[in-house]
Design a protein around this ligand. Structure first.
Ligand SMILES: [Zn+2]
Length: 138
């Protein structure tokens, strides 16, 4: 919803937390996965999510009002920053493409220039030949 690239849940979960938290099972005996919700009402609040049925349960107590106010704002800001970064990366990529195109154009120009120089050389040679030929006749 807010963040595309960053895995917030992973960022806010300590590795050993998952293991030491114990297993929560529904009435059907399925182990419920520990999840994190990022809704404005419960930002960053963890719960054991539903697996085969609708049963689920909170792990964390309710988010305190201050966090409830601050965390969604931070999430929005992070989304903005990620968008800005994405735009910047796109711009950088298009600049690189432009550079490559310029290099190709430059290459073509250099080749054309070289051909022109060769052509001038040939003309000089022909003129010299012509002079020799004329002097032979004359
Ligand atoms: Zn169940």
């Amino acid at each position: 919803m807010h963040s595309k690239g960053l895995n917030l849940t992973r960022l806010c979960t300590e590795e050993e937390e998952n293991e030491s938290s114990g297993e929560i099972r529904c009435n059907h005996g399925y182990v419920l996965p520990l999840l994190t919700t990022w809704t404005p009402r419960n930002p960053g609040r963890r719960y054991w999510g539903p697996q085969s049925c609708d049963f689920w349960v909170w792990k964390d107590s309710e988010i305190d009002p201050r966090s409830k106010f601050v965390i969604p704002k931070l999430l929005d800001k992070m989304g903005e920053l990620e968008n800005a970064l994405e735009g910047f990366e796109n711009l950088a990529n298009s600049r690189t493409t432009l550079k490559v195109e310029n290099t190709i154009e430059e290459d073509k120009m250099k080749k054309t220039e070289a051909q022109l120089v060769k052509l001038q050389d040939d003309m000089e040679k022909m003129k010299r030949e012509e002079k020799k030929w004329k002097s032979k006749i004359g």
